[in-house]
Design a protein around this ligand. Structure first.
Ligand code: SF4
Ligand code: SF4
Length: 195
């Protein structure tokens, strides 16, 4: 999921949270439950024969020196990545503490990342299992159940009664005849002050 190399000194140590929060189809492991191969806090029992998804994975805390130290996943109770397809900043929360992302200083960091990256089309999306929340510079918008590869687009529009965000969530499906179709839903949210 991340081809970036770890930053020297940022070792997993006692963290094993990515072995809980993600689904791993190759070994039929569901999201939000500990992998049967994991010794929580100690590591993987099949380290020499990892599923590809595990072998390729590094979280953002390990690969981005700018990530604050308190984002170490076993402390934050969340795993952050840049999603390889959407390029969104995706936060997968430990369902054992589903409010982890709304604590400080984490929520302030999410707002700052949303403000900095929204103009580049990179969005901050928080998942608790499959339930997604989009963090915008001025508000959090619940999107409901989503898959991480669904595409989010946010347009800020001016209107007679003030600016609004138009949020579109879309999926591209391939039909049996090979044609692709886009299935999308949109919602509109007034921009709050100072955004
Ligand atoms: S979540 Fe990050 S720090 Fe924790 S075990 Fe996985 S890769 Fe290592
Ligand atoms: S196979 Fe190993 S590395 Fe992969 S989720 Fe399970 S315990 Fe973690």
């Amino acid at each position: 999921m991340s081809e970036l190399r770890p930053v020297p000194g940022r070792e997993c140590g006692s963290c094993t949270l990515c072995c809980k929060v993600y689904n791993i189809p190759e070994i039929q492991k569901a999201a939000g439950k500990w992998c049967g191969q994991c010794k929580p806090g100690r590591g993987c029992k099949i380290h020499d024969n990892l599923p590809d998804q595990c072998a390729e994975f590094n979280c953002l805390w390990r690969t981005d020196a700018a990530m604050p130290a308190q984002w170490k996943p076993d402390q934050a109770k969340m795993v952050a990545i840049i999603h390889p397809m959407t390029r969104n900043i995706q936060i997968q929360v430990d369902p054992g503490l589903p409010s982890a992302w709304s604590r400080q200083p984490y929520h302030d960091h999410l707002r700052q990342w949303a403000t900095k990256n929204m103009p580049k089309g990179m969005y901050v999306v928080v998942f608790v299992n499959e339930l997604a929340t989009l963090v915008l510079p001025d508000q959090d918008v619940q999107l409901g159940p989503m898959t991480p590869d669904q595409v989010i687009t946010v347009r800020r529009e001016s209107g007679s009664s003030g600016a609004v965000y138009e949020i579109k969530v879309s999926t591209t499906r391939t039909l049996p005849d090979g044609q692709t179709v886009e299935v999308a839903s949109t919602s509109r949210h007034p921009v709050r002050s100072a955004a």
